[in-house]
Design a protein around this ligand. Structure first.
Ligand code: SF4
Length: 373
């Protein structure tokens, strides 16, 4: 009997993340759940009825790699604007609805790919039926979005405070209202600003349903603390195989949310997009200014979407070793020169003054090769 070929997980089992088996739904052209790549999403913060501004921000998110973009639909002007927005962008849009079921129906009719709406909050099963009918007729899925800060009064009275049991009970109650309409194209989120509560709620929910899960730590704060909290909370869940789409919530430009989301998935080997820079913190041994170089390269390589690894290491202590495992590498040397590496092999000396242009050119050439392949 011949031996089965070894896959990457059998070679490095300590890198394996086994994803929870969820059912697959669609958000427009994007699959969510099952074996689909974990989708990265963000939300616009423009007035949705300001069509030009919302299209502009959506296109910026799309350019940054967003798989899905959510827009608020708080009033009829916003639901009416959706049609024009949808027509000018490629990325599928989720309409964020609170309470007003009519906005949900209008959004579905105007091209939203998904409605973020909680069936239990819109005034009864008859209205749920109407929203589901509109969603079904327009190929729209639904996200149930439970938030620790806005749990139903009865659940708060029953449990005393927002807790995992309360959040999961709320989510399953909303889900049942869709199941009762024989509508199963929904995903669920149970977000809280507290990472312990969020992680525990998602673990519990993951056991209770096979619906795809949208992960997020809500109201996580500004870029630095929000990234830290999201990476701990969502990273913990993703590492455990839980999560089919993610939104990093930052009080910052939404494009930052997409960048952080991809970096999180890249760090766990769950998605590859763009240049993954491996760089050292620098110290007295550095042969060039590592910190300034990395900042410049991040800007100059932001347009690359092909997965390419790049090591930028200050000296020979770690440079050659890191370069062995990256597509392109640069290691600082002495007398104003460093060493370039391609696919782990030393390819020659480069003057520090030319290194940035050389590295950018090498990455662009590699990206073109990958596109061609
Ligand atoms: S790789 Fe070299 S320059 Fe970078 S931190 Fe380590 S010793 Fe310092």
């Amino acid at each position: 009997m011949s031996a089965a070929p070894k896959d990457i997980n059998s070679i490095r089992p300590w890198r394996t993340i086994e994803r929870r088996k969820s059912r697959k739904i669609r958000v427009g052209s994007v699959e969510v759940g099952g074996d689909a790549p974990i989708a990265v999403q963000s939300m616009t913060n423009t007035l949705t009825h300001d069509i030009e501004a919302t299209v502009g921000q959506t296109l910026a998110l799309q350019e940054a790699g967003a798989d899905i973009v959510r827009v608020s639909v708080p009033d009829p002007d916003s639901s009416a604007a959706l049609r024009a927005i949808v027509d000018q962008v490629q990325v599928p849009l989720v309409a964020d609805i609170h309470f007003h079921y009519k906005r949900g129906i209008e959004a579905a009719e105007n091209g939203a790919a998904c409605l973020r709406i909680n069936p239990g909050n819109i005034g009864g099963q008859d209205r749920v039926r109407e929203v589901v009918a509109a969603a079904r007729a327009n190929g729209c899925s639904i996200r149930i979005g439970v938030n620790g800060g806005s749990l139903e009064r009865e659940l708060l009275e029953k449990y005393g405070e927002p807790c995992p049991d309360a959040m999961v009970e709320s989510a399953l109650m909303h889900a049942r209202m869709l199941d009762d309409e024989n509508f199963h194209d929904y995903k669920i989120s149970v977000k809280a600003s507290d990472i312990f509560l969020t992680v525990a709620a998602y673990h519990q929910l993951a056991e209770a349903t096979d619906a795809p899960l949208h992960l997020g730590i809500t109201e996580a704060g500004g870029t630095r603390i929000g990234t830290v909290k999201s990476s701990i909370g969502m990273g913990n869940l993703l590492w455990a195989g839980i999560g089919d789409t993610i939104r990093v919530s930052l009080s910052a430009d939404p494009v930052e949310e997409i960048k952080v989301g991809f970096d999180m998935l890249k760090s766990l080997g769950l998605r590859t997009r763009g240049v993954n820079i491996i760089s050292c913190p620098s110290c007295a041994r550095q042969g060039f200014n590592v910190i300034e170089t990395v900042k410049t390269l991040e800007d100059r390589l932001a347009h690359i979407s092909e997965p390419i690894s790049l090591s930028i290491i200050g000296c020979v202590v770690n440079g050659p070793g890191e370069a062995m495992f990256t597509d392109i590498g640069f290691t600082g040397g002495s007398a104003g020169y460093g060493m370039m590496y391609h696919a782990g092999k030393k390819t020659g000396k480069t003057d520090n003054e030319d290194m940035i242009d050389d590295i950018v050119r090498s990455v662009e050439e590699r990206a073109a090769e990958l596109r061609g392949a």
